[in-house]
Write a new protein. Sequence first.
Length: 288
Amino acid sequence: MFGYVRYDLPNLYLKDLMLYKALYCGLCKSIGASCGQMARVGLTYDVTFLSALLHNMTGTNITVEKQNCFEHRLKKRPIAKVDELTKELGALNTVLVYYKLTDDISDGGKGRGRRIWFKKGFRRAKKTYPALVEIVERYMKEQSLTEKEKTASPDAAAEPSASMMRDISDHFLKDRASEATRELFYGLGKWVYLIDALDDYGKDFKKKNYNPFVLTYNSPNKAELMEMHGGEIGFLFDTLFYSMRESLAKIPFSFNRDLTDNVILRGLPLETARVMKGELPKKMQVKI
């Protein structure tokens, strides 16, 4: 999961943009509280979205206060107050970044030096939130096995990541979990895995890294891939979007759902279109 879960800014209300910014800064502070200051450099948009989604689903109030932080020492900014939910999400952020860097290293990429920044935080997360880390570790092992077996089907290749997100949602939602919440998080996890694989298509083809789209289609570059098979790949993502929309409609929210609807119903399809076109990502407006 990293950097793909984004909102659609032109259709985002100002109040929700300000809430997202407060949650982003609040998650940063929560990472420091649960995993130490060095782990804060791994702050992601994706877990910020999970913070918005899970606060709403669990009915956990978000308190926004004007605070300072190490980046904004002189002028206070509206920041979501650290609570138990964001502290655990901060741990999840750290664990996911740690495993992402581990995966990059195994693919022959850079990351050894950067992963050192997260080792202490990873150990702290494992000690404080063993049940959560166990879920991530179990499915990361399954994901690694799936990739070592050279699973060609994109749908099957994404299964461990999808199942991990489903179980993570159960972990956080507890008695509020339902078939609809499981399907939503399952679809979100599958989408993140597939969009990352599609985005990395050209790089993985050249380096001969595992990629289910490369194994399935074997086009020499993404432009040819989309020209020859764009309709089939688009259908795969459209099926996921339909499932997530159906699940989202069945989930009761405690607060206003404008922000989360914007991300799921508009942001994810726009990001998919960007990746399919081979365009570079636009900078997120998270600075206050």
